[in-house]
Design a protein around this ligand. Structure first.
Ligand code: HAM
Length: 421
C-alpha cells in the first residue's frame, strides 16, 4: 500500500468540513478588520527564502532543481512571497496595504505531534506604514492592529487556554551588538536564545569574545517577563513604544498580553515588535501563532517599507482545541432521497434535482438499495431528513419526510417540500 509522504496528511470529509468551517471563520475575522485576500504560488525561486528567512528556514527548505535547471523551493512560509508580490505589483498602491492569505507551507522538519512537513498557515500582513518618529519605522497602531486581529482569530476558534506574549527584537539585537557579537553571527545567537538554549549560547558568545558579564546581561534581558509594569525596565524608546502598543490594544478591548523580551522568533527578518501565542495544551510544539514587524521589500528590489504581520498555525490550533475536548459536529447534508421501488426512480431524480436547484444540499440513492439499507446509509452520511418516495404517495403528489433526529414521519406535498428544509 502506498502511504502519503512522511509529515503530510490526508483530510477525510469530516475533517475537511471542520477545517473549512474554521478557515471561513478566520476569513470572516480578517474581512471585518479590513484585510483583503491574496494568493501566491506554492513554489518560488529558492532565493526568495534564502535571502532573509534565516538559518532555521534554510535547512528546513524543500528545495530542488526544476527541468530548466532553476533552483526552486516549496514555500516554508508566506511573508516573503507576500512581500515579493507587493514589490512586483502593488508597490504604488495607497498604504497601508492590508492583505491576508491561507494555504499550505512546507518545511523539512522531523515530524511529531503538531509538527508536519506540510502544514497550513492563515496569515496577514500590513504593508507600508512607515513612521520616521520611531527608529524601526513601525507605528504602535499598526502593531496593535496585527496583534488585535491575531487575538480575535484565536478567539474565533473558541480556544480556552492560550497566552499572547509580546516583545521587541530591536532591544535584543542592539544588546548583543553592543556586547560584541558580529552582525553576521547575530542570527546564530538569536536562534539559541529563541530556544532558551543558554548552555549552548554561552560558549558560542564566549568564542565571539563576549564577556561573561555581558552574557549574563543578555540572558537577564531575555528573562524580562511579566505584566505591563516590566516595561519600566525596558530601556528608552522601546519601553515607551510597547506601552503605546499596549494602550491601543486596551482601547480595542484586547486582553493585555504578557510582556516577554525573550520572544526572539525563528525567522531573521524582524526588526521591532515581535509576538507569539501559545496553547499550553499542546506540550512541546505549543506555538500557535507568531509575528512581528519587519522589512523585506528592499531585499527583493523594492523600496524599503515597514510591515507588521503574523501567521496562525492552523493545524496546531485545531489540535489544541481537540486536546481541550472541543469536538466539532460535522453537519452532513440536509436531505437524502430514497425511492421505495424501481418504478419511482425517475420521479425521485426529479425531486432531488428540484431540491438542489433550491440550494438544499441533497443526495439520492444511486445504488438501488432496499429501504433498510438506504436508511442506514442515510445516517452514515449524517442526512438530517430522508425523503421517502413511494408509488402510492406519488398518486397524491406527496412524499414521506422522515426527521432523522426524532424518527418522526409526515406526508408532505411535493410543491411544499423545498420550504421544509
Ligand atoms: P512562524 O512562527 O515560523 O512564522 O510560523 C507561524 C506558525 O506556523 C507557528 O506559530 C506555528 O503555529 C505554525 N508552524 C510552523 N511550523 C510548523 C510545522 N512544521 N507544522 C505545523 N505548524 C507549524 C512565520 O511563518 C511568519 N511568516 C509569520 C509572520 C507573518 N511574520 C510576519 N508576518
Amino acid at each position: 500500500m502506498i502511504q502519503c509522504p512522511r509529515g503530510t496528511r490526508d483530510f477525510l470529509p469530516d475533517e475537511m468540513e471542520k477545517r473549512r468551517f474554521y478557515e471561513n471563520r478566520l476569513r470572516h475575522v480578517a474581512l471585518t478588520f479590513g484585510f483583503r485576500e491574496v494568493e501566491t504560488p506554492i513554489f518560488e525561486d529558492a532565493e526568495l527564502f534564502i535571502l532573509r528567512s534565516g538559518p532555521n528556514v534554510l535547512k528546513e527548505l524543500y528545495a530542488f532543481k526544476d527541468k530548466g535547471d532553476r533552483d526552486i523551493a516549496l514555500r516554508p512560509e508566506m511573508t516573503a512571497p507576500a512581500i515579493r508580490m507587493f514589490v512586483n505589483g502593488m508597490s504604488n498602491d495607497p498604504k497601508p496595504i492590508k492583505i491576508f492569505y491561507f494555504g499550505q507551507c512546507f518545511r523539512y522538519e522531523r515530524p511529531q505531534s503538531g509538527r508536519y512537513r506540510e502544514f497550513f498557515q492563515f496569515g496577514a500582513e500590513i504593508i507600508g506604514s512607515a513612521n520616521p518618529e520611531y527608529k524601526n519605522g513601525a507605528r504602535p497602531e499598526t502593531d496593535a492592529e496585527a496583534i488585535a486581529m491575531a487575538a480575535s482569530m484565536i478567539k474565533a476558534f473558541g480556544l480556552k487556554e492560550y497566552r499572547i506574549r509580546i516583545g521587541h527584537i530591536g532591544v535584543l539585537r542592539q544588546r548583543i551588538a553592543d556586547a560584541g557579537v558580529p552582525a553576521d553571527r547575530a542570527a546564530e545567537v538569536l536562534q539559541k536564545l529563541d530556544k532558551k538554549l543558554y548552555e549552548e549560547a554561552r560558549p558560542l558568545m564566549e568564542d565571539m569574545g563576549v564577556s561573561s558579564e555581558n552574557i549574563d546581561g543578555i540572558f537577564d534581558l531575555t528573562e524580562t517577563v511579566g505584566g505591563p509594569e516590566v516595561l519600566d525596565k525596558v530601556p528608552g524608546e522601546v519601553g515607551d513604544y510597547l506601552r503605546k502598543v499596549v494602550s491601543f490594544l486596551e482601547a480595542m478591548g484586547v486582553k493585555t498580553p504578557e510582556i516577554d523580551l525573550g520572544v526572539v522568533r525563528g525567522l531573521d527578518y524582524y526588526t521591532g515588535m515581535v509576538f507569539e501565542a501559545e496553547a499550553p495544551a499542546l506540550g512541546a510544539e505549543k506555538q500557535i501563532c507568531g509575528g512581528g514587524s519587519y522589512t523585506l521589500s528592499e531585499l527583493f528590489g523594492g523600496e524599503k517599507v515597514f510591515s507588521t504581520g503574523f501567521a496562525i498555525g492552523f493545524d496546531r490550533i485545531l489540535l489544541a482545541m481537540e486536546k481541550e475536548g472541543n469536538v466539532y459536529e460535522p453537519r452532513g447534508i440536509s436531505v437524502y432521497v430514497v425511492p421505495v421501488s424501481d418504478d419511482v426512480r425517475l420521479r425521485s431524480a426529479e425531486i432531488v434535482a428540484m431540491l438542489r436547484k433550491e440550494g438544499i444540499p441533497s443526495d439520492i440513492d444511486i445504488m438501488g438499495r432496499k429501504m433498510a439499507k438506504a436508511m442506514k446509509y442515510a445516517s452514515s452520511i449524517r442526512a438530517r431528513y430522508v425523503v421517502i418516495v413511494g408509488a402510492k404517495e406519488l398518486e397524491e403528489d406527496s412524499v414521506t419526510v422522515r426527521d432523522m433526529s426524532t424518527g418522526e414521519q409526515k406526508l408532505v406535498k411535493i410543491s411544499e417540500l423545498c420550504s421544509m428544509f
